[in-house]
Design a protein. Structure first.
Length: 284
C-alpha cells in the first residue's frame, strides 16, 4: 500500500516570518557627569548646557534572554539578559550595524528599507551560526528573530541590529534552549533535538509542528525547493512535490512496498515572506 497525503501548509506563526523592532536589552548609560558654573548653590546657571544621555549600549553577542512568544514577536521589548546557564528561550548570534544612509539621506530606523535589510541579513547569518545546510535548517524548529533600536534610541545615536535564535515548541510557544547552538546542525545527535516533527499526519486536524524531542508520530524528512520568483500557484506547487515526497516516504519506510507519505506546500502569502519550498513528511 502506498498512501499519499498532500495539503497546503497552514499559515505559520508570524515568528517564522518576521522580525521585531526592539528596544535595547540593557539599561542606557548614565548621563555624563560634570560640573557647571552656577550663580548660587540653589540657582543653576540658566545658560549652562543640559547634560545629555549617552546612546543606549549595544546588545551583547551571545547574550541570552528569557522571552515569551509574545515578547519575541512584539515590536519592542524591555527583556533583560539572563545567564545562559539558566533557563532561556532566546540567544543572540549576531550584532551588526544598520546601513541607514541612502543617497546622502538618513532613513528612519523603522523605515521599510532599513527593516528589510535586517530581515535579509539575520536569516542569512543564522545558517552560518547553526551550521548544516539550508535543508537542515528548514527541517528544524530553529528560527531567527531580529531587533533594531526604537526610534527614540536611534535618535540618540543607536545604529545596531540584533539577531536572535529561538526554537518553536508549538503554536505560539517557545521552547527552552539547551546545549551549545553554534554549529548544532553539524552535529547529528544534537541536531535531532531541534528537528521538526508532527503530532499527527499533516492532513489531520490534530496536526501541529513540534520538536522531535517532544511526543510525535510524524517527521519532516525532506524539502522540495520550488525555486524563486513569482508564486507558481497552488496547483503547480502541489504537483511539484508529489514525486519527491513519495520517494522520500519510500526511503523512510521499513517496507518500500507499503508506506505512507505526506506533502505540504506554501500558500501565496507564505511565498511572499520567503517560504519558497515544501516539506515531505513520513510516519516516525
Amino acid at each position: 500500500m502506498r498512501r499519499g497525503t498532500a495539503l497546503a501548509a497552514p499559515l505559520l506563526a508570524a515568528l517564522l516570518l518576521a522580525g521585531c523592532t526592539s528596544s535595547s536589552e540593557e539599561e542606557p548609560d548614565a548621563p555624563a557627569s560634570g560640573s557647571s558654573t552656577s550663580a548660587s548653590p540653589d540657582a543653576p546657571d540658566p545658560e549652562a548646557p543640559a547634560p545629555s544621555a549617552a546612546a543606549p549600549r549595544e546588545p551583547e553577542d551571545r547574550a541570552c534572554y528569557r522571552m515569551s512568544f509574545e515578547e519575541a514577536v512584539a515590536p519592542t521589548t524591555d527583556t533583560a539578559p539572563v545567564r545562559c546557564r539558566s533557563r532561556h528561550t532566546s540567544q543572540t548570534y549576531a550584532v551588526g550595524r544598520l546601513d541607514a544612509v541612502v543617497g546622502g539621506h538618513l532613513l528612519a530606523v523603522d523605515s521599510e528599507r532599513v527593516q528589510q535589510q535586517v530581515a535579509a541579513e539575520c536569516p542569512r547569518r543564522l545558517q552560518t551560526f547553526l551550521g548544516g545546510d539550508r535543508a537542515a535548517l528548514r527541517l528544524s524548529m530553529l528560527r531567527s528573530v531580529w531587533f533594531t533600536p526604537t526610534v527614540e534610541e536611534s535618535d540618540e545615536g543607536a545604529d545596531w541590529y540584533r539577531c536572535d535564535v529561538v526554537a518553536l515548541a508549538g503554536p505560539e510557544r517557545l521552547a527552552p534552549l539547551t546545549g551549545r547552538l553554534a554549529g548544532v546542525l553539524d552535529r547529528p545527535a544534537a541536531a535531532a533535538r531541534w528537528a521538526m516533527c508532527g503530532t499527527a499526519g499533516p492532513d489531520s486536524p490534530d496536526f501541529r509542528r513540534v520538536p522531535c524531542s517532544a511526543r510525535h508520530t510524524w517527521r519532516a524528512v525532506s524539502v522540495v525547493d520550488l525555486g524563486g520568483g513569482k508564486y507558481p500557484g497552488p496547483k503547480a506547487a502541489r504537483a511539484a512535490g508529489q514525486g519527491p515526497c513519495e520517494d522520500a516516504g519510500r526511503a523512510a519506510a521499513e517496507d518500500p512496498l507499503s508506506f505512507t507519505w505526506g506533502y505540504e506546500w506554501p500558500t501565496k502569502q507564505q511565498w511572499s515572506t520567503g517560504m519558497t519550498f515544501g516539506r515531505c513528511w513520513a510516519p516516525d
